[in-house]
Design a protein around this ligand. Sequence first.
Ligand code: ATP
Length: 346
Amino acid sequence: VAEEKHQRSKMPVYPGLERFTLLEKMGDGAFSNVYKAHDTKDDRVIAVKVVRKYELNAHQRANILKEVQIMRQLKHPGIVQLYDFSESDEYYYLVMELAPGGELFHRVVKLTYFSEELTRHVIVQVAQAIRYLHEERGVVHRDIKPENILFEAIPIIPSLPGFKPDEEDKEDEGIFQPGLGGGGIGRVKIADFGLSKVVWDEQTMTPCGTVGYTAPEIVKDERYSKSVDMWAMGCVLYTLLCGFPPFYDESIQALTEKVARGQFTFLSPWWDDISSEAKDLISHLLCVNPDERYTIDQFLHHPWIRSGESPIQSNTVSEISTAMSTPTFAENKTLTSVAAMTSDYG
Ligand code: ATP
């Protein structure tokens, strides 16, 4: 209680945000801080993104309002929900559903890599959220990466055989419990719609613009936009399975060329024991020609995805436990290369 009070006393005070008691800082972006906060009116814990309006130019301000407008239309279990939006002279406030489990990015760094089963469990949830965005809302996210995929925490059950995370890993214990929280182990949610874009009109179910007068490149543009998210999904999938990204080079120029050529490999020994179905799926996502790249429906129908339709196995727990104690041969590489991939996948 004393620690909690101490934390609260260090929190900034924002005009117009008196209804919320800020509890802790969850993350930050270029112009914003995200706090966990107690909503005293509705008596619930939420996340509030405080954007420093005074640091933004007119274009950037318009982008925040666009992000809000897009988020307002979205309601899906795999997407962080926007509850409310308000502003003061100096700040924008986005009151959102809290995803207290932290970024997928941190989980990969911590666990080195995920088992195929756990990877499938996470990526299917991301895919279902993307399917909702692409097919039901006409929205492309354009910034899918492990930092923008957040875990929802799940209650901890202490006595699971063969799985004893240390004290400081309590949060992991909660997240990786199988068979809990209705949907099995940890649910994930997509956040950060700062770069997202509406590609078709919800009312007319056509590309934005006047029906019948839409040029072919606009129609194609819509398809290309969606395929950007599919490429990023391929990068996330690759990274989850081995612990390092498919494209990496210390030189930005060399990295750009590798991406442009779609030049990646399933590096030995890391990929030796990973199934050929998983590799096949990745190859259909990291495909340079967007016309040939899998759509979200093709992704969801792929055999590697379908093979996981039975409930998650309890041996995933020991697989994760193994992953946590994996020798550091991959870890050091992972820490540098995963940390280096904070750039946009899209
Ligand atoms: P960037 O400049 O990196 O794009 P941003 O200003 O757009 O960031 P977000 O990506 O929305 O901000 O949030 C920054 C970080 O705050 C996230 O990566 C995450 O760690 C944390 N965060 C954001 N939303 C939530 C949430 N709803 N629940 C918990 N943590 C969150």
